[in-house]
Design a protein around this ligand. Structure first.
Ligand code: Z3R
Length: 320
């Protein structure tokens, strides 16, 4: 790996691994390197990792999903056979690992929003950019969903932004379906709950595409506000944030809610006016947001339907 890529700084610590900025020594191209640990007792790549890679390869043909450029399997005994500089005795000692090589984009949506909120030049994100980023996000999510893949951990940190071109791409298509979303990352970093759907917080085990659309709604509101909509610091607090704004869900609004695994008795809050929480959004924007933040996952708008919402009528869709 060291021969092929010059490792530069760490750019992200995803839930599932560290990501480094690196330079391809042969071409000078900047890339993002993600090391995937291979938990296994013998040689070879576990089938779960192979499934993930083929999924990523398939999905990354969309413009709105970060492109997987190559996969490098290093430290396994075969690499000694193909690499004349590789000492077989050394290679036997090394743990095999898999490097996923992605295209590099210069920032993520969290940093991008922060740069508009603080520092020398605080300013709103232009409404036309919020609209364009949301459309691109819905397009990427619709692409995943049409291939039967849920992201399940959409958040501003794993949406990459090309500032010059105004492009947004989904990254960290995690380990889509294979694993549950953990509370701590593998490096013990606390995983954010701010974008987590209420059915997940209440202990649903049957996830649907609607969990991603809840996250999209939270991200939409955050772009408009430059501040998170539901910044909870525990699963309980996260639910209280949601209930205080949208009203405590009832059996009427969300049949079956009170028999969910982690349901408790909560204060009974009335729904607040959503428009007041996102003052920069017009009526169409608030309507679309309200459809993304429906309690009942079956009532929540799909990514495909969201793209046809009147909020996007003023967007020139031909550029996408
Ligand atoms: C693929 C998977 C995860 C990431 C990729 C590519 N690129 C990332 S995270 C990234 C993060 C930044 S720049 C590129 S940051 O400096 O804005 N955190």
């Amino acid at each position: 790996m060291e021969d092929k890529y010059e490792k530069l700084e760490k750019v992200g610590e995803g839930t599932y691994g560290k990501v480094y900025k690196a330079k391809d020594k042969a071409t000078g191209q900047l890339v993002a390197l993600k090391k995937t640990r291979l938990e296994m007792d013998e040689e070879g790549v576990p089938p779960t990792a192979l499934r993930e890679i083929s999924l990523l390869q398939m999905l990354s043909h969309s413009l709105y999903i970060v492109r997987l450029l190559s996969v490098e399997h290093v430290g396994h005994s075969n690499s000694a056979l193909v690499d004349p500089n590789c000492d077989i005795k050394d290679q036997k000692k090394k743990k095999p690992s898999l490097y996923l090589v992605f295209e590099y984009l210069d920032t993520d949506l969290k940093k991008y929003i922060d740069s508009h909120r603080k520092g020398a030049n605080p300013r709103p994100l232009p409404n036309s950019l919020v609209q364009s980023f949301l459309f691109q996000l819905c397009k990427g999510v619709a692409h995943c969903h049409s291939h039967g893949v849920l992201h399940r951990d959409l958040k501003p940190q794993n949406l990459l932004v090309d500032k010059e071109k105004g492009i947004l791409k989904i990254a960290d298509l995690g380990l889509g379906r294979a694993f549950t979303v953990p509370l701590k990352s593998y490096t013990h970093e606390i995983v954010t709950l701010w974008y987590r759907a209420p059915e997940v917080l209440l202990g649903t085990t049957h996830y649907s595409t609607a969990v991603d659309m809840w996250s999209v709604g939270c991200i939409f509101a955050e772009m408009a506000r430059r501040q998170a909509l539901f910044p909870g610091d525990s699963e309980f607090q996260q639910l209280l944030h949601i209930f205080r704004l949208l009203g405590t869900p009832s059996e009427n609004l969300w049949p079956g809610v009170s028999s969910m695994r982690d349901w408790h008795v909560y204060p009974r809050w009335e729904p607040q006016n959503l428009a007041r929480a996102v003052p920069s959004l017009d009526a169409d924007g608030v309507d679309l947001l309200s459809k993304m933040l429906k309690y009942d996952p079956g009532d929540r708008i799909s990514a495909k339907a969201a793209m046809d919402h009147s909020y996007f009528d003023s967007l020139d869709k031909s550029q996408f």
